[in-house]
Each structure stands twice: as structure tokens, then as C-alpha cells.
Ligand binder design. Structure first.
Ligand SMILES: *Cc1c(COP(=O)(O)O)cnc(C)c1O
Length: 394
């Protein structure tokens, strides 16, 4: 029996236990302590550009605090990439603001600067106000067009909050993702590039950002000997235990990124010349994705299979794959939110599939995934009528 092949699993370095043991030995089993401080320093050094980092309980918490620090409140509008995971957009609603969704471009699959500008102009016309902030996402690790997005945001005065949850280690024009925004969010959830079991971080710019982030993430306590509160706070700080896992993971971050890129290269090699199958690639040398997940698009007319058929076939062979993110403007919970676009994200969702990409997977396992997928396509090409049986059910 073959071992089940998962999409993206936590991958330990072996150093994590030492940092955790140290936390127990010194009784730092709380949401602050030496591991938290050291993990933040490690991240800050890794990212470069002298950006201070605050470790939090999740990436979602980081996006929430970024909005809070940006002054986003009830009645404001915030532009968000539609093609993303829901956690990019939820915090807009936590702040009682309105999400405005913007389509992707077909190169990077991320926010299309054209639709970004259109959205701002239309909101200005309809409401007399420019949205307060914008959340571009580096989906699957692929950097968004940050130069274009940044200059449009600057032109209209929007605050850029970068969702770099999937993009630790990715670079755009030689600069690490997470450095472009006024503030940026990272995630250390179990399936991300590195994990702290659950966790996130806010990449800040100023000491004042850091002070505020720590203040709000630790229940907004005023500077008094008793518990006094003048603001609403949150319990969002990372624990010293989780940060211990993070410190161990930082030792292998570069290795993990290298391995994920190697897995992408291998898939690319194995799929070269396969008609109707397109692999997501860096659109130009300006982009250097960490390839958190390797994603493909399938043309059912040519391959004989829809992504859902492929997913079920792979599942039957002990391989986990997953459809691309369902765009936010198609989600029932956001059905009332405005959307600006031309159907690119929708097309990606309908034709795309994420393949197993975890850094612990072996070349042999990747070869097996590719082989199964190509067998599925071969079988169905001979029998194309089955395409209908599996028509999209989303
Ligand atoms: C994982 C993820 C988040 C949320 O991070 P958590 O740590 O799970 O809260 C936000 N945005 C994107 C794009 C993500 O993939």
C-alpha cells in the first residue's frame, strides 16, 4: 500500500522540540517570552528592510489588526482581491466595513491593476468616497503586481495591506513579499510554508505600529497598575510555545522554499508537452514565487477531464488535490458585495486544480501524482462522454 499523498503538510525540522522544552524548563508557557521575541527577530532579519514583526495567534488576526491600525471602521469600504481564501476578506467585516471585490489578471492570478483602478473610480462616483484600504494577495505564493497596485493606491490615497499568508520567501523584483504594504500579514497555519501549529504575524513599519499591535493583541490594557481599558482589545498574541515551533521552522525555511520550487520544476518537466494542461508559472523574471502550491489549469475539451474529475480520480489513488479558491464574489456570504471584473477569477476556479506540493514529498511521490493525472486524461480521452457525468457541481 502506498502512503496517502497530501496537498501540503506540516514539515518539522527536529529543532522545534528544543525550543519548546526550553519554554517548559523556564516556565514561559504564556503569550509572551523569549521564543516570541526571538521568532520575531528571526522573521524580521529574514524579510530584511528593517521591518519589525509582531507574532500573533493567526494570519486572520494579523489582517484584522492591520485594518484596525489603518483606521478602517463602520461605513468604510475596503478593496480586496476576490480570488483568495475567505480569511483575506472576513476581517473587513469584523471592522463593520464593506468589502469591494476586484478580479484577477491571468498572468499572476492576483489583483488586476486595471480593475483595481476601475473599482476606485466607480466607488468614488457612487459614494463620493475613495475606499480606505486595499488588500492584494500573493496567492499560492505568486507575487501580485505590487508596483502597479502600489502606485494606484498612492495616487488615490488607499492604504496597502498585503496578504502574504501564502508567500513567505516569495520575491517580487528581488524584494521579499511582505515588504510592499504599509502593513502585511503572514500565516503559520499547519499547511503553510512554515508552521507554528497555528499562528501569524503582522509585518510593521514603525515602533508605533509595534506598540499598537501589541496593545490591541493583548486585551488593550491601559498603562495602570490595575486593569483599566479605554479601548476594545483582542486576545491575538502568539504563545511562547508556538513561537518555539516557529524558531525551529525558521532553521529550515530556505530549505522548504527551495524544495517547493523544485517540486514545481519537476511537475513542469513531467507535464511538458501535455496538451490542454497549463501549469502556473512566474510570468517574468520579476516574479519569484515560493510555489507554496503548484497549480494547474485543465482544458476539458482537450484533456477529456474537468478538474473535479481529476480530483476524484486522484482521491481514488490516495492523492489529495484541491480546486483553486472559489472567488469571494461568488460566495453566498458576500453575495451583496460589489465586484469589478471580467470573469478571470471565475475561469481560474472552474478550470484549476492544486496538486500535492508539501516540502516533505519525495520526487518519486510527485512522479506518481503526475503519472496518475496523465492516466486519468488518457482514459477519458478514449471515453470523453464521461465529462458530462462530473459537470461542475459548485
Ligand atoms: C491561510 C491564509 C490566511 C489566514 O491565515 P490563518 O493563519 O489561517 O488565520 C489568510 N489569507 C490567505 C491567502 C491564506 O492562505
Amino acid at each position: 500500500m502506498r502512503e496517502q499523498i497530501y496537498l501540503s503538510l506540516a514539515h518539522m525540522s527536529g529543532y522545534e522540540q528544543e525550543f519548546i522544552a526550553e519554554a517548559f524548563r523556564t516556565n514561559w508557557v504564556v503569550p509572551l517570552g523569549p521564543n516570541v521575541d526571538a521568532f520575531e527577530k528571526d522573521l524580521s532579519l529574514y524579510l530584511g528592510n528593517a521591518r519589525p514583526v509582531v507574532a500573533l495567534s493567526s494570519g486572520t488576526a494579523a489582517i484584522h489588526l492591520a485594518l484596525l491600525l489603518s483606521g478602517v471602521k463602520a461605513g468604510d469600504e475596503v478593496i480586496c482581491q476576490s480570488f483568495t481564501f475567505a480569511a483575506s476578506a472576513y476581517p473587513i467585516v469584523y471592522q463593520q466595513a464593506t468589502p469591494i471585490f476586484v478580479d484577477s489578471e491571468s498572468d499572476t492570478w492576483n489583483m488586476d491593476p486595471h480593475w483595481f483602478r476601475k473599482a476606485i473610480e466607480d466607488r468614488l462616483e457612487k459614494t463620493g468616497k475613495v475606499p480606505k484600504a486595499v488588500i492584494p494577495v500573493h496567492l499560492y505564493g505568486m507575487p501580485a503586481q505590487m508596483d502597479e497596485i502600489g502606485s494606484i493606491a498612492e495616487e488615490y490615497g488607499l492604504i496597502v495591506i498585503e496578504d502574504a499568508a501564502e508567500a513567505l520567501g516569495s520575491e517580487y523584483k528581488g524584494i521579499k513579499c511582505g515588504i510592499f504594504g504599509r502593513l502585511a500579514a503572514l500565516s503559520f497555519n499547519g499547511n503553510k510554508i512554515i508552521t507554528t501549529s497555528g499562528g501569524g504575524a503582522l509585518i510593521c513599519r514603525t515602533p508605533e505600529d509595534v506598540r499598537e499591535t501589541i496593545f490591541y493583541s493583548t486585551q488593550a490594557r491601559d498603562d495602570a497598575p490595575y486593569y483599566q481599558h479605554s479601548r476594545i482589545g483582542y486576545n491575538y498574541r502568539m504563545s511562547n510555545i508556538c513561537a518555539g515551533i516557529g524558531r525551529g521552522q525558521m532553521k529550515v525555511l530556505d530549505q522548504h522554499v527551495t524544495r517547493r520550487r523544485r517540486i514545481h520544476d519537476l511537475y513542469k518537466e513531467l507535464f511538458s508537452g501535455v496538451e490542454g494542461l497549463t501549469i502556473q508559472e512566474n510570468p517574468s523574471p520579476d516574479y519569484h514565487s515560493n510555489f507554496w502550491l503548484t497549480c494547474i489549469l485543465l482544458d476539458p475539451e482537450v484533456t477529456g477531464v474537468t478538474p473535479e474529475m481529476a480530483r476524484q480520480y486522484l482521491a481514488g489513488h490516495g492523492i489529495e488535490s484541491r480546486p483553486l479558491w472559489k472567488p469571494m464574489h461568488l460566495q453566498p456570504v458576500f453575495s451583496a458585495s460589489p465586484f469589478y471584473g471580467d470573469g478571470t477569477a471565475e475561469r481560474l476556479f472552474e478550470t484549476g486544480l492544486c496538486l500535492p506540493s508539501g516540502s516533505a514529498l519525495t520526487d518519486e511521490q510527485i512522479r506518481y501524482v503526475a503519472e496518475c493525472l496523465m492516466t486519468c486524461m488518457e482514459e477519458n480521452k478514449k471515453n470523453p462522454v464521461r465529462v458530462k457525468d462530473y459537470d461542475l457541481v459548485y
